[in-house]
Design a protein around this ligand. Structure first.
Ligand code: TXA
Ligand code: MG
Length: 370
């Protein structure tokens, strides 16, 4: 879909954004299918020297550093403004790189790896001693992913290291699905950004804990419960994924407890047959109070809304498209200085689970239902 023209960006930076820019970030375009070997070598040299490189994956852009170097891991936390108890995912580019970093590979893990690696699936294993506490936030498990994006694969292989890579956004912001989003958050704070175009999936990888029986989804993504169960039997879902975190009930992936995916606007989720009517009525009231209103819409309903900005994330019949455009839309509302966003909602099974998990977090679990 074509992004709408946008207004000049407002200067409303938070504390993490205001840290001074310390270096010139090199920005290089790469062919997403056949990246230039010299550019990859330059990026790999930065990683081997302890620096940070943002790179495209098939899910979202990652902020890479040497996953075995505690100093490089600490620089990742610093650049993102990320709480140090939120562990990083180590990225590999061939199966032989897994053994040295994990203590045990269960039968379930084996089956899931064969079916879905390389791809948008992260598995949690017991870790070996060479994985520093700085990468795992002190946990004795490690998250590992084998991405399928040619640029990610080439970079990890050229570096010859497991690459720790959280999403390349400032902590708390929507994950970046384009190099421009990375630059907006991290320009001047990291060594290099590889621009390989828009990410294909647009939502972060599915995380599955395979160190427990039955395996448990800690974060929903492109690889769904429905895709895994025929291969490995029952797969549990961390109940915290789709509920407002209650007192004392913590999600098992530490990162899932933080406010996340949130644009500056207040986001409200709307469901039911009357979605258009409800949104138009509420939008009018907000506008009367001088607030700028956006609607996160779908192709089927986009023309029915009266608001300052209506952004469609795609067709309700193609949830992959909705997932791929969700973070782009949340960031666009920021760029357009929208105060209130009303969002259409989606079924919570299959691919819809990942979308609704991110949407609910961006809305702080605020629902409107009549
Ligand atoms: O698609 C993705 O996974 C992207 C790309 C760049 O690969 N990466 C990504 O990383 O989303 P990040 O750091 O933004 O999210 C990692 C999530 C966090 O919620 C973290 O708490 C969880 O993984 N995690 C990491 N290690 C874990 C562990 N040992 N046990 C449980 N959760 C873990
Ligand atoms: Mg993230």
């Amino acid at each position: 879909m074509t992004p709408v023209p946008v207004a000049a960006e407002k200067n409303t930076k938070n504390a993490a954004e205001q840290t001074c820019n310390l270096m010139d970030t090199i920005l290089r375009k790469v062919d997403p299918q056949q990246p230039d070997a010299a550019v990859i070598r330059q990026a790999a040299d930065i990683l081997r020297a302890g620096g940070l490189v943002a790179f495209p994956t098939e899910t979202v852009y990652g902020l890479g550093g040497n996953g075995l170097d505690p100093e490089a891991c600490r620089s990742i936390y610093l650049a993102k403004g990320r709480p140090s108890d939120n562990p990083l995912i180590l990225h590999i580019s061939q199966l032989s790189e897994l053994r040295p970093i994990v203590r045990e590979i269960s039968q379930t893990a084996q089956v899931l790896m064969e079916a879905f690696w390389p791809g948008p699936l992260t598995l949690i294993f017991p870790k070996t001693d060479i994985v520093p506490d700085a990468a795992t936030g002190g946990l004795d498990t490690v998250a590992v992913r084998f991405p399928s994006h040619p640029v990610a694969m080439a970079l990890i292989r050229a570096a010859g290291l497991p690459i720790a890579a959280p999403s390349a956004n400032l902590s708390g912001k929507p994950s970046p699905t384009r190099a421009a989003h990375v630059a907006m958050d991290l320009d001047g704070k990291i060594g290099m950004i590889l621009d390989g175009g828009a990410a294909e999936w647009g939502l972060e990888s599915t995380i599955v804990d395979v160190s427990v029986t039955p395996p448990m989804i800690l974060r929903p993504g492109a690889i769904t419960k429905e895709m895994m169960e025929p291969l490995v039997g029952k797969v549990d879902v961390d109940p915290a994924i789709l509920q407002k975190p209650e007192e004392g009930m913590q999600p098992k992936a530490p990162g899932m407890k933080y406010t996340h995916y949130a644009p500056k606007a207040e986001v409200y989720l709307v469901r039911g047959e009357q979605t258009c009517e409800i949104i138009n009525r509420l939008a009018k009231k907000e506008q009367e109070m001088g607030r700028k209103v956006g609607v996160l819409a779908t192709d089927e309903r986009r023309r029915g809304y009266e608001a300052d900005i209506v952004l469609s994330v795609g067709s309700r019949n193609c949830l992959e498209e909705v997932g791929a455009n969700l973070f782009w839309a949340l960031r666009e509302f920021d760029r357009l200085s929208i105060d209130t966003v009303y969002a259409e909602t989606f079924p919570i099974d299959g691919e819809g689970m990942a979308i609704m998990n991110r949407l609910q977090k961006s809305a702080g679990y605020r629902w409107i239902e009549e």
